[in-house]
Design a protein around this ligand. Structure first.
Ligand SMILES: Nc1nc2c(ncn2[C@@H]2O[C@H](COP(=O)(O)OP(=O)(O)OP(=O)(O)O)[C@@H](O)[C@H]2O)c(=O)[nH]1
Ligand SMILES: [Mg+2]
Length: 480
């Protein structure tokens, strides 16, 4: 934004109060447009969230924010996010936010009047002069772009005109604190009760999808450190687990095999596609795979277990679930329709050790499917959770395809932790599955890329490390 009088500091302050980083677009400027109900109506109605800022002749800067549309109406509009603010007092920076108290009276824009905040009104922007007050003494030459014809004496004014000094004079007596929380501050301490303006501006502040504060704090470690942490990972020695086993389970096409490929790529140093991935009606993965991952030639002390899609009719039989969790299912076991693995099946592991059991379950869920999750998949998740809880196996949600949540993430993956839409989906999926939000791990898998990307690697490693911590919890539990 280049136009407009708000400084960067002032805009940043407002963004912080609004709770999002926003793009300010100048809609109205008194010195350019004049000051009348008609022009305000023309410029600010139906423009979504707006900031109105006033500069008075004492060097006070104050105004109001609303997150809802201005509409011309006889009754107040509801807005729980509205606030009145002070940015400068007598030329000094003195920022203070006064949130709305009675949301139902947040804003009002009556026909032929000024837009106002609160039922006091707590803040009114201007007041048309009464017929007797409006004289031909106003300087018509001072008003510019939209010329205001001086009102003949005796007729109601239609505008506040500039005086010879270019100031818009207003006699206002707002009743501040009626609908907004004054916190003991008076209107005098905001504006000096001076409503003679050098400038008034209105900005459109379209809701951005980016938060100013991340919905989850990022970790400090750089990529190399995160990688090293996983390379150095060793399961709790005393329990006899050589490699932590993480089970990837979810719907057809959720990104289970792609997640393995992504982790494998990070440690191989280039994008690999060892596991078959793609889209098909039925699951592409037909076998239970217990993947080994190597960093150079050294195997990591963890394994990722890939499975067939859950909703598939030829998919995982309920009887297979407990066999998988308990370590009876061998690597490369082919899932059979309505025929669960049994002790007679080829390779069946009769007496699995704790090393062969699952130590952490990752429900792999496509971000785009959270709203429309298939009932049968959800009930299978619940079934698995029940089995997992009986065995004290920790569970997480790998929220895959996070890049598809919105353009702000698709264009720049580093926005994941700042995207309000990602935050919303994280909340939604945590509720749906019934796990704490901290157990939801957003990831973007390698799919179209041919080269490694630091941010993709970062989220993949963060998720893996979190799962290893949960796997450790399982082992500590087994030890106690
Ligand atoms: N945009 C995007 N696409 C992804 C992501 N992860 C996976 N995909 C794509 O989604 C499709 C399915 O991915 P898979 O990894 O095969 O899914 P799966 O869960 O293993 O599926 P089945 O084995 O068939 O049950 C593939 O076309 C992937 O390229 C991701 O994070 N972002
Ligand atoms: Mg697969």
């Amino acid at each position: 934004m280049s136009e407009g009088k708000l400084s960067k500091i002032e805009r940043d302050k407002l963004c912080k109060w609004i709770g999002q980083s926003v793009d300010f677009k100048l809609l109205y400027k008194a010195s350019r447009d004049g000051m009348s109900p008609a022009i305000f109506q023309q410029r600010i109605v139906n423009k979504g969230p707006t900031v109105i800022a006033c500069w008075n002749t004492d060097g006070c800067v104050f105004g109001g924010y609303t997150s809802v549309n201005w509409v011309v109406h006889d009754v107040h509009q509801y807005d729980q996010k509205a606030f009145i603010f002070r940015l400068k007092y007598n030329k000094e920076h003195s920022a203070r936010k006064f949130p709305v108290n009675y949301e139902q009276n947040a804003i009002l824009f009556k026909s032929g009047c000024s837009p106002s905040f609160g039922a006091g009104p707590d803040l009114e922007i201007f007041r048309l002069p009464t017929p007797s007050a409006q004289t031909s003494a106003t300087d018509p030459a001072a008003s510019t772009a939209i010329p205001v014809v001086p009102t003949p004496i005796g007729l109601p004014a239609t505008a506040v005109t500039k005086n010879a000094n270019g100031v818009f004079e207003n006699a206002l007596t707002p009743d501040f604190g009626k609908s907004y929380q004054s916190g003991g501050v008076t209107m005098k301490e905001i504006s000096n009760n001076n409503f003679n303006y050098e400038e008034v501006e209105v900005y459109q502040v379209p809701e951005s999808m980016l938060l100013t504060v991340p919905w989850r704090a990022d970790r400090n470690e750089n990529l190399a450190t995160l990688k090293k942490l996983i390379e150095d990972y060793t399961p709790l020695e005393d329990v006899g687990v050589r490699q932590a086993r993480i089970l990837l389970i979810g719907s057809v096409g959720a990104g289970k095999s792609s997640y393995f490929n992504t982790i494998n790529s990070v440690f191989r140093g280039h994008v690999t596609g060892q596991a078959n991935t793609g889209s098909a009606e039925a699951s592409l993965t037909t076998m239970f795979r217990i993947y080994q991952i190597r960093s150079g030639s050294t195997p990591l002390k963890l394994r990722l277990c890939d499975t067939r899609g859950l909703e598939d009719t030829e998919g995982i039989d309920p009887g297979d679930l407990s066999a998988m969790l308990d370590g009876h299912m061998p690597d490369r076991y082919t899932f059979l329709p309505s025929s669960p693995i049994s002790s007679g099946s080829l390779g069946y592991i009769k007496t699995p050790t704790i090393n062969e059991k699952i130590h952490c379950i990752a429900f792999v869920i496509d971000s785009g499917s959270v709203d429309v999750m298939n009932e049968s998949v959800l009930s299978k998740f619940k079934q698995i959770q029940k089995l997992a809880n009986q065995r004290s196996i920790p569970q997480v949600i790998l929220l895959s395809k996070v890049d598809e949540i919105g353009v702000e993430v698709e264009n720049n993956l580093t926005n994941v932790l700042y995207s309000s839409r990602v935050a919303y989906v994280v909340d939604q999926v945590a509720q749906l599955i019934g796990l704490p939000r901290g157990h939801v791990l957003p990831v973007k898998n390698y799919e179209k890329e041919t080269e490694l990307n630091e941010t993709v690697d970062r989220f993949a490693l963060l998720s893996l490390q979190q799962m290893l911590r949960f796997a450790d919890d399982y082992m500590y539990d087994a030890l106690d």
